[in-house]
Design a protein around this ligand. Sequence first.
Ligand SMILES: Cc1cc2nc3c(=O)[nH]c(=O)nc-3n(C[C@H](O)[C@H](O)[C@H](O)COP(=O)(O)OP(=O)(O)OC[C@H]3O[C@@H](n4cnc5c(N)ncnc54)[C@H](O)[C@@H]3O)c2cc1C
Length: 437
Amino acid sequence: MLRPGGVWRNWGRSEQTTPAFRATPTSVDEVVAVIRAARDRGLTVKAVGASHSFTGIAATEGVLLDLGRLDGLLAVDVERGRVTLAAGTHLHQLPALLAPYGLALENMGDIDRQTIAGATSTGTHGTGARFRGLAAQLVAVTLVTADGSILRVSETENAELLPAVRLGLGSLGIVVEVTVQCVPAYLLRAVEHPEGFDEVLDAFEQRVSESDHFEFYWWPHTDRVMTRTNTRLPGDAELRPVGPVANWVEETLLQNRVLAVKSGLGRIAPALTPAVNRLATRVYGDRDFTDKSYEVFTSPRTVRFRESEYAIPREAVPQAVRDLRGLVERMGWRLSFPVEVRVAAGDENWMSTAYRRDSGYIAVHQYFREDHLPYFRAVDALLRSYDGRPHWGKIHFQEAEELASRYPRFGDFVSVRDRLDPDRVFANPYLERVLGA
Ligand SMILES: Cc1cc2nc3c(=O)[nH]c(=O)nc-3n(C[C@H](O)[C@H](O)[C@H](O)COP(=O)(O)OP(=O)(O)OC[C@H]3O[C@@H](n4cnc5c(N)ncnc54)[C@H](O)[C@@H]3O)c2cc1C
């Protein structure tokens, strides 16, 4: 059951550990057995999804629990549009699993590589002023807790724990099943345009409130942004997908290969970066197409990078982005990756970055071979002044004491953790930093 741990690395290559053991359970009983075996040896246990978090939230020197073989659809409530999934199900498996029932996820982020448990445990979100993060779609969660018992949390069982376990940071137990509230399958019309920086920020509130899913990318060292406005359409609306060649040109060649070349160039000839970014704003975008929701929301990411992202009050976004631009200009960095700006509706999950706050998200990226620390630290300092709540899966520098002041239910969450995992079987250094010992 337990085999040698080998080396574990995350996607962004910002974290690496050598777990003592690795286990790939194929049943809930085996998860229970692994937790008991780890406890007997005095080891901690960490479930790992797709290792797509940039922080050390999934890192362990104890037992790495790979839930890749606990995947798939376990039950469907057709009437209520709810599906129960094994925790290790990847988001990219969902279209095929949900298609027979005409269902889809209400919203998605930029990629579909994550597992459902990993994505919801860190507060993964997409964009849309009326739409909440993925964890808000969970209506039931089943966990194996530190003593090896099964805890079912739903609207009718242990309901008071739902706002904690839906987004539990991997700290409350091993999630083995989740029930997701889906919506009828739908299409999205995507309109992508290059536009002016000031023009978009001046109209930001109107743009986000008038559209279903609005986001933009600002290319540092330019005064241009790429906007993307997605409009929801019924599932039987007319499909107008991007052709396979055009799609390859945009998503593979432009969004990934050009980025790879730009990033490499940025390292050897940083002085060229502003000119290359200006060029990028001319070649990207200006598309209008309609496709299935998941095809539009997500795209491949083949160039490795590191990311940091903060949720701030939505109304503060235009000023914060202007401040960020001022910071970039003052510091003289040469940045080849864009800044991404999104929004989400407030929700009720205690550790959600959008807890009871309609939020704007500002994300910064850096090529994985570059030193991201000076840029990310400065952005962290800037967005702290906007009461920025860092994405739990993206690099940040905040600690428990400060985070407690940003999350009104922080104390309640820690109490649940004390109750469910008093001996800190699911602890790791990251959780110690953000939640306390
Ligand atoms: C290229 C890229 C694009 C991204 N785009 C977005 C985006 O658009 N929006 C956004 O919000 N985020 C985004 N992210 C961040 C990503 O969604 C989160 O970091 C997410 O947690 C990754 O899911 P995972 O399955 O890889 O989880 P992991 O990183 O493997 O694990 C994350 C946490 O979940 C815990 N966990 C995993 N499975 C279980 C389980 N069964 N039980 C208990 N705990 C568990 C782990 O222990 C860990 O604490 C992106 C990341 C990358 C690399």
